[in-house]
Design a protein around this ligand. Structure first.
Ligand SMILES: Cc1cc2nc3c(=O)[nH]c(=O)nc-3n(C[C@H](O)[C@H](O)[C@H](O)COP(=O)(O)O)c2cc1C
Length: 127
């Protein structure tokens, strides 16, 4: 499962390039299986407020984070939401994308998803 937040459509576009079930963050969304989080960056390297709120209840099932940013904001805050989430919850930062990113980004994300998120679902079902 991919869980994502998108304000102006870039993250939605990234999600559309991936072969995976996906769900957009809405208020009070509660997850019951492992997922990959994809978010944009807000306000000088900050985690979007709705993503912070979501993680308070769901961080334990987050297996990795992918972030989209805009390097025009400067390297210190580029994709800062991903750095902050990875540090706060000790979750791997899978990829930092410039805006919509490129095919190489989608390939890396898809591979991580297949090996570290999707397979875990299968293992749980088999147990
Ligand atoms: C108000 C505002 C603040 C932003 N701040 C940052 C930032 O600090 N660092 C960064 O890398 N990108 C920043 N961005 C860029 C977005 O994270 C980037 O455009 C992203 O691709 C948006 O994804 P979305 O189209 O799915 O909402 C900001 C964008 C806006 C509109």
């Amino acid at each position: 499962m991919i869980v994502y937040a998108s304000r102006t459509g870039n993250v939605s576009y990234i999600v559309s390039k991936l072969q995976a079930e996906s769900i957009e963050i809405t208020e009070n969304l509660i997850m019951d299986k492992p997922y990959l989080l994809i978010t944009y960056t807000d306000h000088l390297g900050e985690v979007p407020q709705k993503v912070s709120h979501f993680l308070k209840s769901n961080s334990h099932l987050c297996r990795g984070v992918v972030v989209s940013g805009n390097s025009n904001f400067g390297h210190r805050v580029f994709g800062g939401a991903g750095d902050k989430i990875a540090n706060a919850y000790q979750i791997p930062l899978v990829r930092k994308l410039e805006l919509r990113g490129f095919q190489a980004d989608y390939d890396t994300i898809q591979q991580f998803y297949e090996t570290r998120v999707k397979d875990e679902n299968v293992l749980k079902i088999k147990q």
